[in-house]
Ligand binder design. Structure first.
Ligand code: 0O2
Length: 211
């Protein structure tokens, strides 16, 4: 009986992960379609790149433990919203909000939560627009609603976040040096925000429109 129960649990976990992978495919396609339409009408691609990832098992476990939540499949599905993650890198600041709005207007995309770290950057300087949504996936005999986190960033936001992520793991440094690095990273984040604004201004300027 124990073996059977264990096998059932494994199957349920595998099934759940497969639903998250299907949801990633759906969302990725939605952005590819938007990019295609933009290219056709405006002769430019607002999306620099799209990437997807499934959160690692270790990372899911850590998140549940840190929040003192039960370690079960139900608890994972109810509490962890970024198991399926899509990252959309847009060209200009304005593109980020346009893409997010076009995506949210689709009637099979249900918004659960918005975290706008562009309007309200994190204290360390992190900027990105996060949307938690629920989208349907169509299986042989049923329709399942699956949660996906979409992170929208400009190239500059992604540049900062990727390098900050790497630097954060240099834990062998002294407290003093770590504080210095944090403050240097915050300064870099501000420079990136200025760059984004300058690029957006150039794009919006009369000169660029005439080109
Ligand atoms: P990974 O490798 O992407 O899975 P929490 O997830 O508990 O920290 P919350 O509120 O659930 O917090 O999510 P939040 O802060 O809106 O977004 C979390 C994700 O955003 C992170 O996922 C990162 O991808 C990204 N992120 C948030 N803050 C930072 C930051 O300061 N620096 C960088 N580089 N990325 C950040 P994970 O799970 O941490 O990692």
């Amino acid at each position: 009986a124990f073996d059977e129960e264990f096998e059932e649990q494994l199957l349920a976990i595998r099934q759940s992960m497969s639903y998250y992978r299907c949801a990633l495919m759906e969302v990725e396609t939605k952005f590819k379609v938007l990019n295609e339409q933009f290219s056709l009408y405006y002769d430019r691609n607002p999306i620099e790149s799209i990437s997807t990832r499934i959160k690692s098992e270790a990372s899911i476990l850590r998140k549940l433990q840190n929040r003192n939540l039960p370690l079960s499949l139900e608890s994972m599905e109810e509490n962890i919203f970024d198991i399926a993650g899509v990252r959309v890198i847009g060209s200009f600041l304005e593109d980020i909000y346009d893409l997010a709005n076009y995506f949210l207007k689709q009637d099979d995309v249900h918004l659960i939560e918005t975290k706008d770290y562009i309007q309200h950057p994190k204290p360390n300087g992190y900027r990105s627009l996060h949307l938690i949504v629920e989208i349907p996936i169509f299986l042989a005999n049923e329709k399942k609603w699956v949660k996906v986190e979409v992170q929208f960033r400009t190239i500059a936001m992604n540049f900062w976040a990727s390098l900050e992520h790497k630097l954060r793991y240099k834990k062998e440094l002294s407290q003093e040096r770590l504080a210095e690095i944090d403050s240097e990273l915050l300064e870099c984040a501000k420079l990136c925000a200025t760059l984004d604004q300058k690029m957006q201004n150039i794009k919006g300027s009369k000169l660029a429109q005439e080109l």
